[in-house]
Design a protein around this ligand. Structure first.
Ligand SMILES: Cc1cc2nc3c(=O)[nH]c(=O)nc-3n(C[C@H](O)[C@H](O)[C@H](O)COP(=O)(O)O)c2cc1C
Length: 195
C-alpha cells in the first residue's frame, strides 16, 4: 500500500473474524517492525509477550476494555469478533526508566506492519495490568506498558474532519449505519502553527 494510504487507513479496529488467526509470517513481520523502531540512546528496553493460543487470548481479552465512548453492547467485541492475537509491550526498567516514547514508536511500527498485511489492531491502555503482569510472569523490574490486539477486521473505519474544535465532544468516535467506525480528527489548520 502507498504510505499515506496506509497511514490513513491504519485505524483502530474493534471487531475481528475470530475464526481467522494471524499467520506466523505476518506475526514475524509485526515483531521485526517493533525491533526496527528507534530507541532513546538505542537502549532497546522493550520486550514483547506474544499470546496466540486461543484459550490464553480469551483470558487476556477478559482483562481488556474497549471503546469507552460507546455503550458496551456497541463497542465491546462480541463472541466471534474477538482478536486472535495479543502482544504485550513490556518496559524493562533496568535498561531504561523512560520507555514511553520507545513504546509508542514500537507500537506504531507493529500496527503499521500488521495493517500492511490486512491485519487490524487496537492498542489497549484500559486493561487490568496487575492481572496481565502476573499472567505474563513479569518481574518487579518489568512494567506492562500496554497490550495490542490484532486480527482480521470485519468493519471499516473512516476519518472525518472535526468542524467545531471548541466542542469537547467532537473527538468522540461513533458508529455509522453500517456499524463502521467514524473517527473525527482535528483539521490541520487547528493543530499547525507556521512561524
Ligand atoms: C495510548 C492509547 C491507549 C488506547 N487504549 C484503548 C483502549 O483501552 N480501548 C480501546 O478500545 N481503544 C484504545 N485506544 C484506541 C483509541 O481509542 C483510538 O486510537 C482513537 O479513538 C482514535 O482512533 P484511531 O486509532 O482510528 O485514529 C487507545 C489508543 C492509544 C493511543
Amino acid at each position: 500500500m502507498e504510505l499515506m494510504e496506509l497511514l490513513k487507513t491504519r485505524r483502530t479496529y474493534r471487531r475481528f473474524d475470530q475464526s481467522r488467526p494471524v499467520p506466523e509470517e505476518v506475526l514475524k513481520e509485526i515483531l521485526e517492525a517493533a525491533r526496527f523502531a528507534s530507541s532513546a540512546a538505542n537502549k532497546q528496553p522493550l520486550t514483547y509477550v506474544v499470546v496466540q493460543d486461543p484459550k490464553k487470548v480469551e483470558k487476556v481479552f477478559g482483562y481488556t476494555r474497549w471503546a469507552a465512548y460507546l455503550p458496551a453492547e456497541q463497542g465491546q467485541p462480541k463472541e466471534g469478533e474477538h482478536p486472535t492475537l495479543f502482544i504485550g509491550v513490556v518496559e524493562n526498567l533496568d535498561r531504561n526508566q523512560n520507555c514511553d516514547t520507545d513504546a509508542g514508536l514500537a507500537i506504531s511500527n507493529m500496527t503499521l506492519a500488521a495493517w500492511n498485511r490486512g491485519v487490524g489492531s487496537c492498542m489497549i491502555g484500559a486493561c487490568n495490568k496487575a492481572a496481565l503482569s502476573e499472567m505474563f510472569g513479569l518481574t518487579e523490574k518489568q512494567v506492562l506498558h500496554t497490550v495490542v490486539a490484532f486480527g482480521y477486521p470485519t468493519h471499516e473505519s473512516h476519518i472525518v474532519d472535526i468542524e467545531d474544535p471548541a466542542d469537547p465532544d467532537a473527538v468522540k468516535y461513533s458508529l455509522d449505519g453500517d456499524r463502521n467506525y467514524v473517527v473525527p480528527k482535528r483539521k490541520l489548520a487547528d493543530v499547525v502553527k507556521y512561524l
